[in-house]
Design a protein around this ligand. Sequence first.
Ligand SMILES: Nc1nc2c(ncn2[C@@H]2O[C@H](COP(=O)(O)OP(=O)(O)OP(=O)(O)O)[C@@H](O)[C@H]2O)c(=O)[nH]1
Ligand SMILES: [Mg+2]
Length: 579
Amino acid sequence: MLLTDQELKLKRFEIKKSADELKDLLQRINYNEEDEIVEDILRGLEEPYMFVVVGEVKSGKSSFINALLDPGKEICKVAASPMTDTIQQIVYGTPEREEFLSPFLKKIYEENEILKEIAVVDTPGTNTIVEHHQEITEKFIPVSDLIIFVFESKNPYRQSAWQFFDFIKDEWKKKIIFVLQQKDLMNDEDLKVNIEGVKEYAKKKQINDPVVFAVSAKEEIEGKTSGSGFSILRKFIEDHITKGKSPVLKLDASVDTLLNINEKLKEGMKLRISQYEVDSNFRKEISDILNRQEEKTHKQTEILTDSLTAKYDKISNKYEDLLSKRLGFFSLVANSFKSLFDRSENLSRWLKMFTDKLEQELKDTMGKNLNEGIKDIAENIQIMAKLVDAKLHSNKTILTEDNHIFSDLAEKRANILKDLMDAFSNFLNREENFYDKEIMSRYGNISPDLLKGSGLAAIGIILAALTHGIVFDITGGVLTTLGILFTGVGIGLKRRKILSGFKSELEQGRKKMSDEIAEKMKIYVSNIKRKIDDNFIKFDNYLENEKNEINFIENKQGQIEKDFLKIKQELEEKLEQLK
Ligand SMILES: Nc1nc2c(ncn2[C@@H]2O[C@H](COP(=O)(O)OP(=O)(O)OP(=O)(O)O)[C@@H](O)[C@H]2O)c(=O)[nH]1
Ligand SMILES: [Mg+2]
């Protein structure tokens, strides 16, 4: 014994503890197939080391097992036609008997010393015309500890056999030994060629030091034991597996399989992680589009207000000049014979005309200017929405719904995205999304009914109404104040005071106008941006959840792997001591 019973018990306990954690993880992601395998492995921990004999139909598997265990007895049925149709697990037990555990699994109890350390499993042949046979065998591979791969000596080169080998080696990383059976049907020379052939093939498939035996079950059973090849095989089994080593090897093989399952999950997670990375990058690009377009809108608004104020300034300067000259003239004539009454009447009339003209010119010029500038800004906001829509449609799917681990998650993600795209295209078509009640109630009040059916185009109409509203409201205010300033000017004409009043009133209006446009545009764009962002709430929640879940799984997996590797190292140190 390499380990005392107590030590074995402890190791089994450690394995079970980490395996339970692995199971929790598998259940968390609904990876049910693998979950059942872990269950099976845990159940098998105290059972003997398990040889599983596989190979193509009629390669001589059942005869091989009979010859190995008891040449005088047909434990497993042998025939010339496809025979073995269930997994037959041959284990130690008295009285000798057979039990059917399921339609696919038969347990045969034999009173045979060697079976106290190993169990031998006969399987249905692969590559047969009988349906399910290969499937039954495939299902049993994960819980095996050692695979005995049986070929017919005459032909170990069938592609189908090596494909099955790939499944065992790549998918389950099982330890494998090769047996060329029915060697009595070959001459020594040809047999040698085929042994070398198998070795070469195995090396090509990354088995560095392939173990190959050539045997004849027929000769062994007929008592021609010296040339049957079985004694060499039995010696190998004693040296490497039995004689006290098998309980440790059993645990070692079980840990290998558990590690392999953990590895598969890790491999499967790679797609999930890259999907998450693509998705969060995609989300970031959407935010970037929004920020960039918002920034652009601010720049365009600045250009618009600059050009508006330039035009405004030109007009105010011109009218200030006019006013100054006119007031100068009235001061001059004030000393003449003209009566005060005349003077005041003329001046009022003139001032009225003056303000009317000023108003008209401001309205005309600013209005024209606004129409130009607003077109660009509205277009820019529309582009923002359209870019987001285009981005949504270019989203990349990596984790597809046929993924064998994460199909549910892939489906959930696809649904979230589909809902998002539908919701967003609805969003774009509903003009009320672009109507900002709060801003619009003060300026450029237009009835939302007017916008019906305009979709994104509403932005242009809304912004035109808004900015015109601001400009007219403010110029209107300026002119009203000027009217008050000019009232009764004729009587006590104070030229300088009037001029400075005029100037400061216009200047205040100018500042108010450009501030107000900048501020309202800022609010308008940031509200639209927020509304666009709101479409992504569900997707953002999904992303957040994915981030946490991936972190959790990765951490857990790392821990489980570390634990298993530690157990494995301790087991292997024990085995090493024996050499
Ligand atoms: N000459 C010769 N014939 C053998 C030997 N072993 C088995 N046979 C014959 O080969 C045929 C198939 O043997 P089985 O042991 O049933 O082969 P199997 O691989 O278990 O077949 P399935 O269970 O149907 O996949 C039978 O007719 C056996 O008599 C051998 O060592 N030498
Ligand atoms: Mg058979």
